[in-house]
Design a protein around this ligand. Structure first.
Ligand SMILES: [Zn+2]
Ligand SMILES: [Zn+2]
Length: 221
């Protein structure tokens, strides 16, 4: 059996439990690679570590958008996570998708009854990468999910600087009939929570179409 992260052969003896949930097993080295965020002491709005009160960014979101996302993030965006996401997402090593499937599956248990929706890539990005890096991780958990959103097609010159992207108008449209969303609870999933802007765009669109609650979960923050 191989490490789901670095793909090296695992040499330790496996416990029974590990054998039965073999979707995600990491070697000792990779086990140390990710640093969990303690949700008990994280910002309830964005999942930022060590922020017992709603953080300043979230208070700003609350003013401008009228809601917070109750985002939770599994790991800190540190050197270990950066290495993983570079190899997986940017180099495109699809085999690394199972790095934390067990932890992801466990986190999803808190969202029973929610429609689970990974953020979509643009068609172009999908073609380049060959896979949606969020859906690929989710698929291993066997938890059903659905692409409720799709990216609007943009002209190439609209891919601009970060500032411009932050100001960019709604990048999503619904990929399903709005009845599917109405009065539903939705969990948006993305790989990294940076400014929250993209997730807020997704949530705003879902609320506009009658969603009851929208929360988010990301792999890192
Ligand atoms: Zn490993
Ligand atoms: Zn916050």
């Amino acid at each position: 059996m191989r490490c789901s992260c670095c793909q090296k052969e695992l040499i330790r003896n496996l416990t029974l439990r590990e054998l039965f949930c073999s979707a995600s097993l990491r070697c000792y080295h990779c086990e140390e690679q990710f640093t969990k965020i303690d949700h008990a002491t994280a910002c309830v709005g964005c999942g930022r570590k060590n922020s017992v009160k709603l953080c300043r960014d979230c208070r700003k979101w609350q003013q401008t958008s009228g809601f917070v996302l109750n985002n939770k993030s599994l790991y800190q965006y540190d050197e270990g996570f950066r290495k993983w996401i570079e190899a997986y997402k940017f180099t495109g090593d699809y085999r690394l998708r199972g790095a934390f499937a067990t932890e992801l599956k466990q986190a999803l248990r808190m969202y029973r009854g929610y429609l689970i929706c990974p953020l979509p890539l643009s068609k172009e990005r999908f073609k380049q990468r060959g896979f949606n890096q969020v859906s690929a991780c989710l698929a291993l958990t066997k938890v059903p999910f659905e692409m409720l959103l799709q990216r609007k097609e943009l002209s190439p010159q609209s891919e601009k600087t970060r500032e411009e992207r932050l100001l960019m108008a709604q990048p999503f449209k619904l990929n399903v009939e709005s009845e599917k969303i109405r009065n539903q609870r939705v969990l948006l999933i993305d790989d990294v929570y940076t400014t929250g802007r993209t997730l807020f765009h997704g949530a705003e669109l879902l609320y506009k179409n009658g969603a009851e609650t929208v929360k988010s979960l990301t792999f890192a923050r």
